[in-house]
Design a protein around this ligand. Structure first.
Ligand SMILES: [Zn+2]
Length: 339
């Protein structure tokens, strides 16, 4: 088995290891597609400060090539998406079937090995079967869609609610589409023109360029003066949480969204949140929404393929990392193919 490992800052090495077979409750998969995302680049540049070596790549579509003892719902040849969060399987929450609340959750490609490798052995419980109508290049975004669905639910979003989304990166744009599906009205705010243009192309009609205009004033006008009932702050956005707090209406709700373990320092003043009586919630994963997310791809409620702006082969991964700045800016995603 071959894996790209980040062994030191700015250093990727191809490491070969003996073949591994699927143990009890596990499947062995051939990795078919993965994505390069911001945490990968932050580990590579040394900014993330995680334990090395680590194989990057949190997102994975694969094909089952071997099943271990006790696996009955997956078979050889099935296409699967593997969740980016790896639950322990042994804590109280995992044992009661609530693996998304695992007390020692690990993030693949961050706090444990990810998928920039040819084969992987994973727990069958972490795999979701991909229906025929969903392409591999779409399914690789399942975690983003699940977390967006979780955000809409946690914000208790109603039909017709304005939802201000701070950050038009991959997650922000997907969240905007999910908000439209639930008949809310997304207003997406960013400082990057290209990302806002991509959001507009995907049907998000209210875009706010925070470099050109004061977003608070613009949101005031769009909402007829009442401000947004719901605000989603994407943790990796180039905006402060304090600013997002000011987008909310009195008594509104604010969600801060970022994968647990992948978020750096987030400081803010809560003065206006208290003044406006906001409810604040934090969302770190997509809970049990993978099937809902898959259905949204089947029904074309969410469109993700336009977010893929670059495609590289497994062998070209180091070259892609070398131009890190260009591959993670805004909404743009680099897809990895393994052929
Ligand atoms: Zn657990």
């Amino acid at each position: 088995m071959k894996a790209w490992m980040i062994t030191a800052a700015n250093k990727l090495e191809l490491v070969e290891s003996p073949s591994e077979s699927a143990g009890e409750g596990c499947v062995k998969i051939k990795v078919l597609k993965s994505l390069i995302s911001a945490p990968d680049v932050n580990i590579y540049s040394g900014k993330a400060g995680v334990a090395l070596p680590v194989c990057p790549g949190g997102f994975c579509v694969g094909m089952v090539i071997e099943t271990g003892e006790g696996v009955c719902d997956l078979k050889r040849g099935d296409r699967v998406y593997v969740r980016s969060q790896m639950s322990c399987g042994t804590c109280a929450n995992c044992r009661s079937g609530k693996s998304w609340k695992c007390e020692s959750m690990k993030i693949r490609g961050y706090s444990c090995d990810g998928f920039m490798r040819d084969f992987a052995v994973v727990s069958a419980a972490d795999c979701i079967k991909i229906p025929d109508r969903v392409k591999n290049d779409e399914a690789v975004f399942i975690d983003y869609i699940s977390i967006a669905v979780q955000a809409i639910a946690a914000l208790d979003t109603d039909k017709g609610d304005y939802i201000a989304i701070s950050g038009a990166g991959t997650l922000g744009i997907i969240l905007g589409q999910v908000a439209l599906y639930y008949q809310a009205v997304p207003i997406i705010i960013d400082v990057d023109k290209d990302s806002l243009a991509a959001a507009k192309n995907l049907g998000l009609y209210y875009t706010v360029d925070a470099m050109e205009t004061d977003p608070r004033t613009k949101i005031f006008h769009i909402t007829g003066g009442k401000m947004a009932e719901r605000v989603a702050h994407i943790a990796s956005a180039e905006m402060s949480v304090s600013r997002s707090i000011d987008f909310a209406s009195r008594g509104g709700r604010l969600a801060i969204i970022g994968r647990s373990g992948c978020v750096g320092t987030l400081s803010c003043s809560l003065k206006n949140a208290v003044k406006n009586n906001l409810t604040i919630t934090c969302i770190t994963n997509g809970a049990k929404n993978d099937q809902v997310a898959m259905n949204m791809l089947v029904s074309k409620a969410v469109s993700v393929l336009p977010l893929i702006t670059t495609e590289v082969s497994f062998n070209d991964i180091p070259a892609a990392f070398a131009k890190e700045d260009s591959i993670i800016r805004g909404h743009m995603k680099t897809l990895i193919r393994y052929d």
